[in-house]
Write a protein that binds this ligand. Structure first.
Ligand code: GLY
Ligand code: MN
Ligand code: MN
Length: 443
């Protein structure tokens, strides 16, 4: 059984007996006139099917009595003319065999088949309130089922959010996913190394971005997992900067936040380095601070520790460093605890220290234990993958030492929680001051 079929079986096993789950893939999106954005399937749909064609819907029917669970695909029919223009289609018969479904139908049959599948089903599972299209379709299907009421047919009386169930499954990466995410992160690490080696003062940010994209693609990655950030100098203080159009100057730091998507799985790496290959004194001081904060967070990345322990550890180091470097005045705050209590650190560190990573760059999964009264932060467990990404961003302001103005630094790695600690999937990207300067000298 494929990993995809095994996941479908696990979903069915968690559903009410006889219930029906419906999961469409993502729609295509027009970019202009007759040109579409590059197509990307829905992550949940892919997780359960491995099927990447648009216009597809997965239907699962949970086992009931002596009736086995069923997984059914609706997809585009084969069409020679369309295949000449746009490429291969599996068609229902081909998809059924290749992807191991119990049945498959043309997508045009969806409305008719849904009336049949939903008849007498006790409950329905779908992404509640996520798609106006699906909500409308559900209304039509249920209406059609209810029309049979006088012959004794009943419509599902209960709706469950399918995504809650899938989010929890997706949070724990199996061996195949872990291997794929290591490959994705390794390609991205090579791209960061390539960008460091190619960088020279005076280069435009987009020229450096081109080095990243080149490395992603030549290694088979299909897309960047998100729009790459290549920020020279002061642009690094814009957290979601991504126009990547400015020219670097000698003495700038370059902050690159970029990761590829490989076979649907994201990587997400940030490195910050001097465009001329040598950190200045103030750059090095803040860089070492962020690196120490990341080290403190990583030391918490092991099973049993709660998710927020990583952020708390990074924040303590950063707040102390803000006092030690004079970014925050000792005349106003006596200790790191005071800085944090007053949220004074937010002037320079205003984001969280990470997020789940998987099929989506900001992956799904609960961060808190919602089964406990006050919803505490969740303990880490083996198989979770997350990012650890502290930073510091210094905008000019009164009282802030001028030597640090416009410095923006973030260091981000992709981390797999293992049985006895963690493994850094993105470890191949140079990170210490010595490694970065050495890497750039080799250029
Ligand atoms: N690249 C998005 C993030 O770091 O969360
Ligand atoms: Mn990132
Ligand atoms: Mn990230």
């Amino acid at each position: 059984m494929s990993a995809f079929a095994a996941r479908r079986a696990r979903v069915c096993a968690q559903m009410v007996p006889g219930a029906v789950a419906i999961l469409p893939t993502a729609p295509e999106a027009a970019r202009n006139s007759d040109t579409d954005y590059p197509y990307r399937h829905d992550s949940y749909f892919y997780y359960l099917t491995g099927f990447t064609e648009p216009d597809s819907v997965l239907v699962l029917v949970a086992a009931q009595g002596d009736k086995a669970a069923q997984s059914i695909l609706f997809c585009r029919q084969k069409n020679l003319e369309r295949e000449i223009w746009d490429g291969f289609r599996h068609g229902p018969d081909g998809a059924m065999v290749t992807f191991g479904f119990d049945a498959a139908f043309p997508i045009e049959d969806l409305d008719g088949e849904m009336a049949r599948l939903l008849a007498n089903a006790p409950a329905v599972y779908y992404a509640l309130g996520h798609s106006a299209t699906l909500d409308m379709q559900m209304k039509t299907w249920l209406h059609n089922v209810r029309r049979g009421a006088r012959t004794g047919i009943t419509a599902p009386a209960v709706a469950h959010d399918l995504l809650v169930l899938l989010d929890e499954m997706r949070l724990f990466k199996d061996d195949g996913e872990q291997a794929l995410m290591l490959r994705a992160a390794t390609i991205s690490a090579a791209a960061h190394t390539r960008a460091m080696r190619a960088s020279r003062p005076g280069m435009f940010e987009y020229e450096i971005e081109a080095e990243l994209l080149h490395e992603f693609r030549r290694n088979g990655a299909q897309f960047p997992a998100y729009t790459p950030i290549v920020a020279a100098g002061a642009n690094a203080c814009i957290l979601h900067y991504n126009v990547n159009s400015a020219q670097s100057r000698d003495g700038d730091l370059i902050l690159i936040d970029a990761g590829c998507e490989l076979d649907s799985y994201a990587s997400d790496i940030t490195r910050t380095y001097p465009v001329n290959g040598r950190f200045s004194g103030p750059q090095r001081a803040l860089y070492e601070l962020v690196l120490a904060a990341q080290g403190a967070a990583l030391a918490q990345a092991r099973p049993g520790n709660v998710y927020t322990a990583m952020h708390d550890a990074a924040l303590r180091v950063l707040a102390q460093g803000m006092l030690d470097t004079g970014l925050i005045s000792r005349a106003r705050y006596a200790s790191a605890e005071d800085v944090i209590a007053d949220r004074a650190h937010q002037q320079f560190y205003m984001h969280g220290t990470g997020h789940w990573l998987g099929l989506d760059v900001h992956d799904v999964g609960a961060y808190r234990d919602v089964t406990v009264e006050d919803r505490p932060s969740r303990p880490l467990q083996a198989g979770m993958v997350l990012t650890v990404e502290p930073g510091i961003y210094v905008r000019p302001a009164e009282g802030v030492p001028e030597q640090f103005w416009h410095i923006g630094i973030r260091i981000e790695d992709d981390v797999l929680i293992t049985a006895d600690g963690h493994s850094i999937l993105s470890a191949a990207a140079p990170k210490t001051v010595a490694d970065i300067e050495q890497t750039m000298r080799q250029a």
